[in-house]
Design a protein around this ligand. Structure first.
Ligand SMILES: [Zn+2]
Length: 294
């Protein structure tokens, strides 16, 4: 299973997180049959979402990332919980657009202009919501901007997904460095230089480095302590119960229409390949439940 490696400098001013998310992004690619650019967009978002999920404190806490754009990809949804489970999907998984002139997958071109929203469900009445406009659509920069604007936390983020010729995920990963309040400008500058001088995450991973090695590179020259690893994986917690709830939310009228037209309902989970068959009797029972509520 993938592990989020975590470290904190001994002066307490820098927190660092690094994840080799190859398995997570590989699962996402297989589940959704995403094109390379969609794999990169979804993989980067899942990687960041997993890291953010590891920062949640309560056992029931979860967060959802929604990136919406006017490009051909449409949007990206990813959700993670404090138990190390992450999942996601993109609106249009088959998007195929030309690479950038430098040969890289054009993630920002696929996403277009739009916004990044994050909602955290911390068991309170209302989820905590934050939203920023996309600054580049390359995702890492957008999350960095989110942290600066919504949470006033200076953050350095790098995310990368390398797609193989057969469309599978060759490697993927990401890291986040956060400056805690009180960190000096000198520390911030040094960190910025380190991050800028590092090659892309996928290059480091391709060179055989593990998440721990990358952390060591990031915090080079700074005494730090490692914190406990956090295991993460792509896992969907869908169930017939949830499918029924989704159907109930459509209302009696809509459900009656489905019953009349198709005699049954067949729903595929948005996050995983599981297909749910809702038969005639089950549909009738749901319609009754809907009507009963009224
Ligand atoms: Zn599912």
């Amino acid at each position: 299973m993938a592990m989020i490696k975590r470290a904190i400098t001994q002066d307490g001013f820098i927190r660092a997180y690094c994840l080799d998310s190859t398995d997570i992004c590989g699962t996402a690619q297989r589940y959704h049959h995403t094109s390379p650019v969609a794999t990169a967009a979804l993989g980067r978002t899942l990687t960041m979402c997993a890291i953010m999920g590891s920062l949640l404190k309560g056992a029931q806490d979860s967060l959802t990332v929604l990136i919406k754009g006017d490009g051909p990809l449409g949007g990206i949804v990813a959700t993670a919980n404090s138990q190390g489970k992450v999942k996601g999907y993109v609106y249009h998984p088959q998007v195929d657009i030309p690479n950038k002139p430098n040969g890289k997958l054009d993630v920002s071109g696929a996403i277009g202009n739009g916004s990044l929203s994050i909602s955290r469900d911390l068991g309170l009445k209302e989820p905590y919501m934050g939203q920023v406009p996309l600054v580049t659509g390359e995702i890492a920069e957008d999350f960095t901007y989110y942290y600066a604007m919504s949470e006033q936390t200076p953050t350095a983020i790098a995310l990368g997904v390398l797609v193989d010729v057969d469309y599978s995920v060759k490697c993927a990963g990401g890291y986040m460095l956060q400056l805690m309040p009180g960190a000096s400008d000198a520390v911030a500058t040094q960190l910025e230089q380190t991050v800028r001088s590092l090659p892309p995450v996928t290059e480091l991973l391709s060179d055989g480095m593990c998440a721990e090695d990358i952390l060591a590179k990031l915090l080079h020259g700074l005494p730090y302590d490692c914190m406990e690893d956090i295991p993460v994986k792509y896992e969907c917690d869908c169930s017939m119960d949830r499918i029924e709830k989704a159907l109930l939310s459509l209302g009696a009228k809509e459900l009656s229409d489905i019953l009349e037209k198709d005699g049954q309902a067949e729903l595929t989970c948005q996050f995983c390949p599981k297909v749910y068959h809702v038969g005639k009797e089950q549909l009738e029972a749901l319609i009754e439940r809907c009507s009963g509520v009224k």
